[in-house]
Ligand binder design. Structure first.
Ligand SMILES: *Cc1c(COP(=O)(O)O)cnc(C)c1O
Length: 392
């Protein structure tokens, strides 16, 4: 007798909001000033979010891609420089460097944490290297001890792509306490959101001041005579977004607590499914934010992985294919690509290449579900994966 397929659990929706966001929007509206130079919401949010990450030097911006671009620019990245990025990431990591006229140099990641391979990054340093960009994949903080040492030894700056890492910690230290610039995203799917938005945490007031100028057309805050001190662009966050994000920040830690309780349950159940390997964890990342619940099916063919994702979605789960290795998108090659072929990059980045073909992730709202629902989710994944033909 075959049982009826497990019904999809009614998972929590994302984004979440309540009267706190509602009140914030009304507060911003009734200020009568809707940009940061006139209102108080962006200023307040900047202080609150930076402090929450152990820093006094925050800057709110339009989105995470701009946050990365600004962070790199403040460190002097431009034409003639190279930026080392993990090959397995969302494309903004490399696009930010390329938009500045720099070359993005992809390196491999570790097969278990999916974070930048520090030895590979060290080997890729050239006289033109201006920055290394660790991405804290799915909220698993990259090896910031080894990276800080590499940075100190080589003189190459670090820019943390913390788009997945709101509230994460490394050996008890918060993202703003790790000594380098960090860029966050508040896009709709991220762990805090206003639909769009971004943030840069700087290690000191001087860099933050340069960032402020460049995010506001090079114009000092007090200028009234249109004297633009540096070049720049308009990356300013608006007051409505900041008002919503202040409310979202108040909810962040409780949500991370829930996800930190649910992930060991889900990953334990996933690990029991033949062929499934959940994302690993470095114990030094002592608070993981869990932007995605990721796992691999090593050896599966990419087309079969894509079919599994479709089936998981048809069964009601918010399942997605892993990021494609950045050099496997045409857009990567338009400008600022290294003088290498796709095949050569794939040869140098075997793990990134494999994860992009065999990786699957579930939306982080899955980890806000009840423990009983987590069991239902794992049962559906087991059903779908073990029912899958054609393993390579
Ligand atoms: C989302 C994301 C970004 C870009 O953020 P946006 O706000 O969407 O521009 C950058 N890096 C990574 C790893 C991301 O996932």
């Amino acid at each position: 007798m075959s049982a009826a397929p497990k019904a999809a659990p009614d998972l929590p929706a994302w984004p979440r909001f309540d009267d706190d966001e509602r009140a914030g929007l009304i507060r911003a509206l009734e200020q009568g000033q809707w940009w940061r130079m006139g209102g108080g919401e962006v200023d307040a949010f900047e202080a609150e979010f930076a402090r929450h990450h152990g820093s006094e030097h925050g800057l709110a911006v339009t989105n995470g891609t701009h946050a990365l671009e600004l962070a790199l620019q403040v460190l002097g990245v431009g034409p003639g420089s190279e930026v080392i990025v993990p090959a397995f990431t969302f494309i903004s990591s490399s696009q930010a460097a390329q938009r500045l006229g720099a070359v993005a140099v992809p390196v491999d990641v570790y097969p278990d944490t999916y974070n930048i391979d520090v030895a590979a990054a060290a080997a890729a340093i050239s006289p033109r290297t201006s920055a290394i960009m660790p991405v804290h994949m799915a909220g698993e903080v990259a090896d910031m001890d080894a990276l800080a040492k590499l940075s100190a030894d080589s003189g190459v700056a670090l820019v943390q792509d913390a788009a997945h890492a709101h509230g994460a910690r490394w050996q008890g230290r918060r993202i703003g306490e790790l000594g380098s610039v960090a860029a966050f995203s508040f896009q709709n799917g991220k762990l805090m959101t206003a639909g769009e938005g971004g943030f840069v945490v700087f290690p000191d007031a001087e860099l933050r001041e340069i960032g402020f100028l460049r995010h506001s057309c090079g114009r000092p805050r007090t200028d009234r005579l249109y004297f633009h001190q540096t070049s720049g662009s308009n990356f300013r966050m608006n007051e409505f977004s900041a008002a919503v994000l202040r409310a979202q920040l108040r909810r962040l830690d409780g949500q991370i607590d829930t996800r930190e309780q649910r992930w060991p349950v889900l990953s334990g159940l996933l690990a029991e499914i033949p062929g499934v390997v959940p994302q690993g964890r470095d114990p030094r990342c002592d608070r993981r934010s869990h932007y995605m619940a990721m796992f691999r099916i090593p050896g599966i063919a990419e087309e079969e992985r894509n079919r599994l994702v479709d089936t998981l979605q048809a069964r009601g789960l918010p399942a997605f294919a892993a990021f494609r290795a950045i050099y496997r998108s045409d857009g990567f090659w338009e400008t600022g690509a290294p003088d290498l072929t796709v095949e050569e990059l794939a040869r140098r980045c075997p793990h990134a290449d494999a994860i992009s073909a065999d990786g699957i992730w579930l939306h982080h709202r899955t980890l806000l579900a009840t423990e009983a629902q987590i069991h239902d989710v794992a049962e559906i994944v087991a059903d779908v994966v073990t029912g899958s033909p054609a393993r390579r």
